[in-house]
Every structure is written in C-alpha cells, then in structure tokens.
Design a protein around this ligand. Structure first.
Ligand SMILES: *[C@@H]1O[C@H](CO)[C@@H](O)[C@H](O)[C@H]1NC(C)=O
Ligand SMILES: *[C@@H]1O[C@H](CO)[C@@H](O)[C@H](O)[C@H]1NC(C)=O
Length: 453
C-alpha cells in the first residue's frame, strides 16, 4: 500500500432486521472456505468467514438512529469530546452484498467496486476470521500462501489487494476495553502508511482535529501503524508484492505527529511507507504481466508466494520471498530484473532491496527499519489476512501502474511502473465506470511446495 487514501462512501442503511439492542442490521459474516495443506500436498478444507472493516459501517447513537458521523463530520451533540463520543456511538451490522457489494460462494470472495444501494458505497476491506470474534493469525515463515485471482475487471487506477497486517487477533478488544465491538465488527486496522482516516483507534473516537479530505472521509489527530506484507497489489495492467516494516513498535500502535510520517516527514515516521517492491514492469520486464502476456490477466491465475527462512524452520529469520504463477496448468517462474549493473533477481531478498534502491536512487527506509528479518518477526507474532478493492485519492495509483513520480524521466530505471497514462486513475472517473470487481478464490497455505502442483 503506497497511499493511505482508501476513501469510501458510508452507507446509511436503515433496515430493521436485527433484534438485538442497538443492532438494526444483523452481522452475518459471509462464509469462505480455505485449505490448509501439509507436506506432500494433501489439503483439508476449513470453513471460515470474512468481516467488513469497521470504518465502512454505519455509526449511530446507541439509543437510536441518529448518525454519529455524516459525510465527513462528527455529530457535535453525540460527540462533544472523545470519551462521550466513544460511549455514545455504535457500529452496526453490515448488509454485505446489498450495501457493500461483497459476496462469497464456496472458496471465492467477490468484491464489487461501486455499489448503488440506498447510498453509494465505494471499495471495501475485509479480514479473514477464525471464529466470530477472532481474526485468523498467520505465520508464513517457511510456509507458502497461494490464491487464485481474477483481475480482468480491474482497470488502471484500481488496486485489488491481498495482504497481511499485524493487527490484534481480537481487533484490540482486550487491550482497549472501550472497544466493545472487536473483530466481529472489523476493528483494529493498522498498516505501514499509519492511516489517520480511521474513525476509531485504540478503542477511542479519532475525532480530535478531524479534517474532511473528501465528501465521505477525513483524517484525525492519530494514525494507526503496524508491519505489512503486501502479497498482492494489482489490476489487469500491473502487479507488485511488497514487504513494509516498522521499527520501535510491536504490533498495532497509535501514532501522532512525526511518528505518523505524513507529507514531508515521510521518512521520519516509525514505518517504511515505500517498502521493497517487486513489480515485474518496474523491474524491467514489460511483457510479463498483462492482457495476453506471459501471465495473461484476461483470465484467472494462481499466485504462489513462498516465505523462505535462513534455516528452513518457522522460527528462522525470513531471508527470501519468492513468487511463482500458475495458469492453465502451467507453472510460470517470476520475471527477473533486467537492467545493466544489477543481478537478475526474481525474488525479494535484502540484497535485492539494497540493489533496487541504489539503482533507482530511492530512500532505503526498508533496510533501516529492519528489512526482511523484521517482516519475519511480524509473522512470528501473527498477521491478519486482508482483502480489499480501492482507488487512490492521493496519487491515482500511478505508483503501481504508470510513471511515478510524474515529473520523473520514464527512461530512467524505476520511474515507469506500468503502461497506464499519467492522467489515468482519477477517482471521479473510475468510480463512474461500471462492472469493476475483483475475485479472490481457492486460498491455500502450508509448507513450501504443498499448495500447488
Ligand atoms: C489540534 O489542533 C490545534 C490547533 O490547530 C492544536 O493546538 C492541538 O494541539 C491539536 N491537537 C489536538 C489533540 O487537539
Ligand atoms: C533449506 O532448503 C533448501 C532447499 O530445500 C536447501 O537448499 C538449503 O540447504 C536448506 N538450508 C538449510 C540451512 O538447511
């Protein structure tokens, strides 16, 4: 994730399906099956579910229908101060398909980009649950994670993302007793952008100094930081996988001021916002990923990611992140970097990150915050699986699929990241298009070599 700007319209649905006090819509987590594999390749199917992030939900008075938050503003009566606001406001259940365009069928999760219900919803972010109140915690060290993805309906400017972040397994309920909702309502998000657009952080309303940034969102005084492993950020034109790490914090941590690393202080915060990305196009192979290319994005394919450790155990240091694709029964090795003066890397190692940053002239905030070993420590603590679809109000997703920065010379290594025009990806434009969606399916995880043939 390059930008924190996952912006959305909040639905104000007023159905009265729920029976519990303060609950107008029942929270029924869509069921999703995943497979746990063992060495040798036998896999068992597990029935899990997904939960929508709390930020998308209707936030209203605990005693009635009055909104605590409308458009990009907090209600002054319900929210005169943080403690009163936190006590007064309730998160409601979600109508997953009707309001948010989120549906599951067997092992497949579909996220529609724009949904016109009673209100218009843009984008979504869901987490994999183990049970109704607990996120599934993954340690991918010396393990492999595989999923199928259909990006054929994701144009320039869109990002269908599957990634891990070091959230609390219970959504922060135990650490922050004023958070009564927890993982069941998708609370506790954090990532390396230390996003400040969260309405609740550490069980408290983030209403101080709240400033509207679009019609439907804003940013507060605090941000929420943690380690992040972007397994997949992609549309049909470009794709990247990117570890990002933070230093000096353990797990989800609230930030303010310089620690959040906003604007000019990008490299002064606790987290590495750039990460160490492997994007085939950016690394010099412009014929590998895209419509009718080696990995053909006009149809579904499997994405395999292997997390190798120094001693081939789940406790050794993370030393390499490898990528393999499978499409139409064919195993496709990742593209290799293709620039003079740099070895032909096809995976992420600390050596690759250092060589890439040097070649591109980028600030190496990944290694200075601990590099792959730190990413591995986050996995050992347990990371939550996130699946999302979003557009980018900050820089139109140009960092993923176009020339970025836009005033850079696209002939210089590292500037060109994909074939999209520098004028593409404008939220107002992509949000007016219809039929944009992503499908994630067939999630499998287990020892190296166990999840694909
Ligand atoms: C909010 O903004 C004001 C003035 O802009 C500042 O004095 C204050 O310290 C900020 N922070 C909080 C937590 O209110
Ligand atoms: C780890 O496994 C790889 C491949 O299976 C092997 O080449 C390597 O020597 C092993 N490393 C250790 C420290 O056992």
């Amino acid at each position: 994730m390059y930008s924190a700007a996952a912006i959305f319209a909040f639905a104000l649905l007023r159905s009265v399906r729920g029976q519990q006090i303060g609950t107008y819509t029942a929270e029924d987590h869509p069921v999703l099956t995943v497979q746990q594999c063992s060495a040798g390749g036998s896999c068992t199917t597990q029935s899990k579910s997904v939960v929508l992030d709390s930020n998308w939900r209707w936030l209203h008075s605990t005693t009635g229908y009055t909104n605590c938050y409308t458009g990009n503003q907090w209600d002054a009566t319900l929210c005169p101060d943080v403690d009163t606001c936190t006590a007064n406001c309730a998160l409601d259940g979600a109508d997953y398909s009707g309001t948010y365009g989120i549906s599951t069928s067997g092992n497949a999760l579909t996220l529609n980009f724009v949904t016109h219900g009673a209100n218009t919803n843009v984008g979504s972010r869901v987490y994999l649950l183990d049970d109704e109140n607990t996120y599934h915690l993954f340690n991918m060290k010396n393990q492999e994670f595989t999923f199928d993805v259909d990006v054929s309906n994701l144009p320039c400017g869109l990002n269908g993302a599957l990634y891990f972040v070091q959230m609390d397994g219970d959504g922060g309920k135990a650490r922050f007793p004023t958070n009564a909702a927890g993982a069941a309502y998708g609370t506790g998000y954090c990532d390396t952008q230390c996003p400040q657009d969260l309405k609740f952080i550490d069980g408290q309303a983030n209403m101080l100094n709240w400033t509207g940034t679009s019609a439907n969102s804003g940013t507060g005084f605090y941000g929420t930081c943690c380690n992040e492993m972007d397994v997949w950020e992609a549309n049909s034109l470009s794709a990247a996988f990117t570890p990002h790490v933070c230093s000096g914090i353990t797990g989800q941590t609230r930030c303010s001021g310089t620690a959040c690393g906003e604007g000019d202080e990008r490299y002064d915060g606790v987290c590495d916002k750039d990460g160490c990305d492997f994007n085939s196009w950016r690394m010099g192979d412009e014929t590998f990923y895209g419509p009718s290319m080696t990995v053909d994005t006009t149809s579904k394919f499997s994405v395999v990611t292997q997390f190798l450790t120094s001693d081939n155990t789940t406790t050794g240091d993370l030393v390499e992140i490898r990528r393999i694709y499978v499409q139409n029964g064919q195993v496709i090795q990742n593209s290799a970097t293709d620039f003079p003066g740099i070895a032909a890397y096809n995976s992420i190692t600390d050596d690759f990150c250092n060589a890439q940053k040097t070649l591109f002239g980028d600030t190496n905030s990944f290694e200075t915050r601990g590099g792959l070993a730190e990413m591995g420590d986050a996995f050992e603590a347990g990371m939550v699986l996130v699946m999302s679809i979003w557009d980018d109000y900050a820089v139109n997703m140009l960092w993923l699929d176009s020339d970025y920065p836009t005033d850079g010379d696209p002939c210089q290594p590292g500037i060109s990241r994909g074939p999209c025009a520098t004028t593409s990806g404008v939220p107002a434009t992509v949000e007016a298009e219809s039929g944009i969606s992503v499908v994630y399916s067939n999630i499998k995880f287990g020892p190296i070599g166990s999840t694909f043939a």
